[in-house]
Design a protein around this ligand. Structure first.
Ligand SMILES: O=C(O)c1ccccc1N[C@@H]1O[C@H](COP(=O)(O)O)[C@@H](O)[C@H]1O
Length: 219
């Protein structure tokens, strides 16, 4: 089975090179101004060129208005939108129709009942990103480096296209893959040396840990 791997919050050529060298299927850019991973749309447009025909470039937005989305789409030319705010199914459908891009809807999970929140988006969103809830007082809706109880995902209906996200790193990705067996994974702060500072060596370590966990499962 293939495993999608998204390295999110890229801001430098070195981090992009490490993500692509490791075999990332998706690379993500954060357009949330309060985030230490924020990147200007034009700079993301420059960085994403390295990923053309190699990995899907994902624009991560949080309840963005139409003008900001127009700017991001024009300057970055994303392959996919990730909606990480409280966008309704109607807003997801509207943005899909407007830009003709696949949409990944992020939803936060902390208990089994949270899986019910996926239902209204089925048939509307193309993919889901299941992340942990932000800790109390956090300014960020994602990128907090906090994991949730992956066993909750056992209650997920088969066939839901999702990426597991939240607090993943080289040390815990093996357990995450064993417990949840997700079709995709997404990492950001777990491959950073400081908030917003991607470390190419940690990105490489993450890919090695994924490979080792997958080899173990195949053996
Ligand atoms: O990373 C951010 O700063 C961010 C800001 C606003 C919305 C989403 C954000 N990040 C998303 O959260 C996941 C998980 O991050 P982490 O691995 O727990 O640090 C990240 O990959 C982005 O998709």
């Amino acid at each position: 089975m293939t495993l999608d791997i998204k390295i999110c919050g890229l801001k430098t050529d070195a981090a992009m090179a490490a993500a692509l060298a490791g075999g990332a299927s998706h690379v993500g850019f954060i357009f949330f101004p309060k985030s230490p991973r924020y990147v200007e749309p034009a700079e993301a447009g420059r960085l994403r060129e390295a990923a053309r025909d190699k990995a899907l470039a994902v624009a991560v937005t949080v309840d963005a208005d139409d003008a900001f989305l127009d700017e991001i789409v024009a300057r970055m030319q994303p392959d996919m939108l990730q909606l990480h705010g409280s966008e309704t199914p109607e807003r997801v459908a509207e943005l899909k129709a407007c830009y003709g891009l696949p949409v990944m809807k992020a939803l936060s999970i902390s208990e089994p009942a949270d899986l019910q929140r996926i239902k209204p988006y089925i048939g509307v969103a193309d993919h889901f990103l299941l992340d942990s809830k932000p800790p109390m007082g956090s300014q960020l809706p994602g990128g907090n480096g906090v994991a949730f109880d992956w066993r909750i995902l056992a209650g997920l209906d088969d066939g839901v296209e999702y990426m597991l996200s939240g607090g993943l790193n080289a040390a815990n990705i093996g357990d995450a893959l064993r417990q949840a067996n997700p079709p995709g994974i997404d990492v950001s702060s777990g491959v950073e040396s400081a908030p917003g500072v991607k470390d190419p060596a940690l990105i490489e370590q993450f890919f090695r840990a994924v490979g080792a966990a997958r080899d173990d499962r195949a053996a």
